[in-house]
Write a protein that binds this ligand. Structure first.
Ligand code: C2E
Ligand code: CA
Ligand code: CA
Ligand code: CA
Length: 279
């Protein structure tokens, strides 16, 4: 697997730390990754506690590099953001997710909402809304079967632009979710001022829920905030039957996590849906 040994020798500098050397090689390889079709979307199902059905799936990108093996998005998304490659990668993600979801729809599965993570540079691009509109038209996916996930830090970059984009997207008919809620510099007034459909409770709160009554209170507070604002709520990172029971007893609308399924390729999700009886 070291057929690129020559490159590594050329770029070797004894003063360079292992970390930055790794970054440099990754950076060289990510440039060709899109053309070489090394990215793949995995999907994680979202379970509706009210209807006991899978109603959605989150698209999560994976990079299968011939040189480095599977690379997690936590490692290469920041790199893609620094190099500007995030824009073409994000456009590929959005259009792949929409066409995959249209494929499931055409295969006769019950309509699922596909959620796509939106990066800051993508969201603040002045052409973002028209990009979404073009991709929906091109793939034929009904707008209401697309959900865009933005984080609080993306939202506060430019609040005025955020609200304008969100309103335009909602006019198109797409759904909006606030991802990783409760992690960044959350502010209650931010949530109130954003046009949203859903809050996703970060998995840290689900993980810590059973550790202490105080942690449980934090989870409950986010849930009641969502309810008060008339927003759907999704609990992320539900791994155990105990966690699942707690969040569904609290009537948290959607549940996502390893308890149901890890993120899987589309073909595996297909099989999973048939098993769950959503086909
Ligand atoms: P995220 O949007 O919060 O996605 C959820 C992450 O939690 C995923 O990690 C998923 O695999 C993981 N996860 C789901 N259920 C469980 C569970 O029960 N237990 C545990 N321990 N983990 C669980 P992943 O796929 O490594 O993605 C990490 C982050 O990378 C995402 O966090 C998102 O911020 C970013 N990302 C992934 N795909 C994309 C993409 O296509 N575009 C952009 N811009 N960012 C992406
Ligand atoms: Ca997400
Ligand atoms: Ca999240
Ligand atoms: Ca519901």
């Amino acid at each position: 697997a070291k057929e690129n040994g020559k490159n590594q020798v050329q770029s070797y500098d004894p003063r360079m730390s292992t970390v930055s050397l790794e970054r440099l090689t990754l950076e060289n390889h990510i440039r060709g990754a899109l053309d070489n079709k090394e990215f793949q979307l995995y999907y994680q199902p979202q379970y509706d506690t009210e209807s006991s059905r899978i109603v959605g799936m989150e698209a999560l990108i994976r990079w299968f590099s011939p040189e480095h093996g599977m690379i997690t998005p936590l490692k290469f998304i920041p790199l893609a953001e620094e190099t500007g490659l995030i824009l073409p990668i994000s456009e590929w993600v959005l259009s792949q997710a929409c066409s995959d979801n249209k494929l499931l729809l055409d295969q006769g599965f019950e309509p699922l909402i596909v959620s796509v993570n939106i990066s800051a540079d993508q969201f603040t691009d002045m052409h973002f809304v028209s990009q979404v509109e073009r991709i929906l038209t091109h793939t034929g996916l009904p707008a209401e079967l697309l959900c865009l996930e933005i984080t609080e830090s993306v939202a506060i970059r430019n609040l005025e632009l955020t609200i304008r984009h969100l309103n335009d997207l909602i006019t198109l008919g797409v759904q909006i979710a606030l991802d990783d809620f409760g992690t960044g510099n959350s502010s209650l007034s931010l949530v109130k001022s954003l046009p949203l459909h859903m809050i996703k409770i970060d998995r840290a709160f689900v993980r810590d829920m059973t550790l202490s009554p105080a942690n449980m209170a934090v989870f409950d507070t986010i849930l009641s905030l969502a309810r008060g604002l008339n927003l759907e709520c999704c609990a992320e990172g539900v791994e155990t039957a105990e966690q699942f029971k707690i969040v569904s007893d609290k009537y948290c609308g959607l549940v996502q996590g390893y308890f149901f399924s890890k993120p899987v390729p589309l073909s595996d999700l297909d099989a999973f849906l048939r098993e769950m009886g959503s086909g």
